[in-house]
Design a protein around this ligand. Sequence first.
Ligand SMILES: Cc1ncc(COP(=O)(O)O)c(C=O)c1O
Length: 358
Amino acid sequence: MFPKDGKIKDVTTPRIASEVWHNGEFIPWDSARVHVMSHVLHYGSSVFEGIRCYKTRRGPAIFRLTEHMQRLLNSAKIYRMNHEWTRDQLYAASVELVRRSGLEQCYLRPIIFRSLDEANPAFGVNPFPNPLACYIGAWDWGKYLGDEALEQGVDVQVSTWNRLTPNSMPAMAKSGANYMNSQLIKMEALLNGFAEGIALDDRGFVSEGSGENIFLVHEGRVITPPLSSSILPGITRDSVVEICRELGIPVEEKSIQRAALYVSDELFFTGTAAEVTPIRSVDRITVGTGRRGEITARIQKLFFEITSGEREAPGPWLTYVNEQQPAEASKNGHSPTARVTEQPSEEPAVSYQTVAAE
Ligand SMILES: Cc1ncc(COP(=O)(O)O)c(C=O)c1O
């Protein structure tokens, strides 16, 4: 039932930033603690983001930071989290955190959650009495689906677990609670000897992986499920759609049947953690040639050229940490060293898709 040694190999974490941003200030890693009776621990009341910062010749560069922070605020709004953190402030805090960490590349984890007011504790489901907290941590992370996955591809299964229904848990909010569903999918896949599981939506159409969006290639066309298949509006997904446009590859959002996975020419996952990872088999059925397909390879190449800063992105996708001008990153001005430029308010509107299309 459980892995024999109690553990399945996980992603490596070579380094962790020694400070964490908390409600406007930088605090030591060891001080970033919550009370065990916090609302979030009992009722899953958190929303979060996963953001990558890439190593480039111009120093660390955060990928699509504005879009990630906008999605965080959208998730918080869906869950009626009334707070005063702004996109600009969280943007500036992330830049400063990377700068202070000294990491050349990392993964950033902003989180907003319902905590505990110890002077006036509240323990019920009703979240409103519980104060909100916001933290951002950072660490260097290895390859999410294994070192060879990006080149060799991964073996996956279709999960027996369905993805969330739109009117139960909204998949378009990146909430901590959604990841209980993801954990069921992931654990089942790992225990069955697969790298990842693909969940179907409640109608039986392909939705997404436990932590990735999915793309299919058929006769030179790239197809991905629409938001109405209970997927997270992935920012890597959006980037890949833009990259396909640059490459002149037709791309469509369409409902996908499970069987179409087996007979596709190529399949791949996208995600901040997984980046662009080919899928070489589904349910032990070989996909295409059983290796990274030609279109996947072209998309992946462009993606990594953009994220490494070697090629210009279709939009302002990279924030070069060392090139930001000093400005105020802290909430209340306490931290004199927490200073980076906030994005100008004329920043282009966030473009990635957030409403369902089909
Ligand atoms: C369930 C799920 N779907 C899709 C994605 C991919 O989204 P993104 O590309 O924004 O990381 C993620 C990763 O965050 C995820 O957890």
